[in-house]
Write a protein that binds this ligand. Structure first.
Ligand code: ACO
Length: 325
């Protein structure tokens, strides 16, 4: 038995904000952002649109493509760092309701930008262990809500989006998710985290906590290059495949320079990495499924193509999956 990505789809909010648009509000330039990150634009969710709304739209498209009814699902997993509600309930439960499903398992996975790969691994294990047929694996974020718009070093980096995959168990050995590596370095937890300082005033200490992103960019950069390098090495060591066997490497879209630096260590040509950070910026757990959906729409993914997903993010987490498409 194999676990395959049966369909993949994305939802991108319409509002498109260019670097020049941002430069009208904060002290930055298109030249700085593009040369330091590879980002040109990002899409932002409008007021009132929650992470679950983006996730539900992507999920509906993925279900339609797979020709699967919501009630055929054994579970819904949502990888997100920006849940509708902090703590509980899980965004996956809200997505279940918005899809009109009921009964199937539903829970969230918190693994930062590596969330989609963690969720894919959990989904594969669930399908194998429970002999389930179909599940939804979603990466969805509204990071624009947590960005400190006065902090130019992080405000320019993030965007909102969702990507959803229907994963299914099929009887075709050698296809689907062939190998995964997951890891974390908790000592770097505070290199990228959500500051949750209670707002205080002269009259009350009970004002709501407004979380915002705090990042040690240099530490995260170094970690990310090392994580990508280690993941590629481990995958080549732990599987029978060589770099030239892969049609595509699909990295988390955090910064084009991170991918270029990791690629250089192995002499991997830039064209082998699928990149779309220029349009969407860093959409955290959504970035890999959004990239896969775009690749599929462009006809870049052929049946039996070998691809490697590479992720890294807050935690600090990292993970990789080798998939026979
Ligand atoms: N516009 C203009 N200038 C800026 C901006 C901006 N948006 N942001 C920072 N600067 C300035 C700084 O103030 C600094 O000025 P100074 O030299 O006068 O002090 C200068 O640019 C250089 O700043 P650095 O922080 O050294 O810039 P660096 O080249 O390291 O790039 C960056 C910063 C892009 C954040 C880089 O460190 C990076 O990519 N780190 C990894 C971040 C990342 O990938 N995060 C996400 C991964 S995990 C996840 O996806 C959630």
């Amino acid at each position: 038995m194999s676990v395959v990505i049966r369909s993949i789809a994305s939802y991108i909010p319409e509002l498109r904000v260019t670097n020049d648009d941002l430069a009208k509000k904060i002290d930055t330039t298109d030249e700085w952002i593009h040369s330091h990150t590879g980002i040109s634009t990002r899409h932002l969710a409008p007021d009132g649109m929650q992470t679950s709304d983006l996730a539900t739209e992507a999920a509906k498209k993925a279900l339609a493509k797979a020709n699967i009814q919501v009630n055929d699902l054994d579970f819904i997993l949502v990888a997100t760092a920006t849940p509708d509600y902090f703590g509980f309930p899980a965004t996956a439960c809200i997505v279940q309701d918005k899809l009109g499903a009921s009964g199937c398992a539903a829970f969230d996975i918190t693994a930062g930008c590596t969330g989609f790969i963690y969720a894919l691994d959990v989904a594969s294990s669930m399908l194998e262990r429970h002999h389930g047929k179909h599940g939804l694996v979603i990466g969805a974020e509204t990071l624009s809500r947590l960005v400190d718009w006065e902090d130019r070093s992080t405000a320019v980096l993030f965007g909102d989006a969702a990507g959803a995959a229907v994963v299914s168990q099929i009887d075709e050995p050698g296809r689907g998710v062939l190998s995964t590596v997951l890891g974390a370095e908790g000592s770097g937890a505070l290199d990228l985290y959500m500051v949750q300082t209670p707002r205080t005033s002269a009259y009350s200490r009970m004002e709501p906590v407004v979380p915002k992103i705090s990042m040690n960019g240099h530490h995260v950069y170094d970690f990310a290059v090392k994580a990508m390098t280690t993941l590629i090495e481990r995958m080549l060591h732990e599987t029978v495949y060589k770099l030239e066997d892969f049609a595509w490497l699909v990295p988390h879209q955090a910064n084009a320079r991170i991918v270029q630096a990791a690629g250089k260590r192995f002499g991997i040509p830039e064209e082998k990495f699928y990149m779309n950070i220029a349009e969407y910026a860093n959409t955290s757990s959504a970035s890999i499924p959004v990239a896969l959906a775009e690749m599929e729409e462009k006809g870049l993914l052929k049946t039996n193509d070998l691809i490697m997903l590479l992720g890294f993010g807050s935690g600090l987490t990292y993970g990789s999956a080798v998939i026979r498409w």
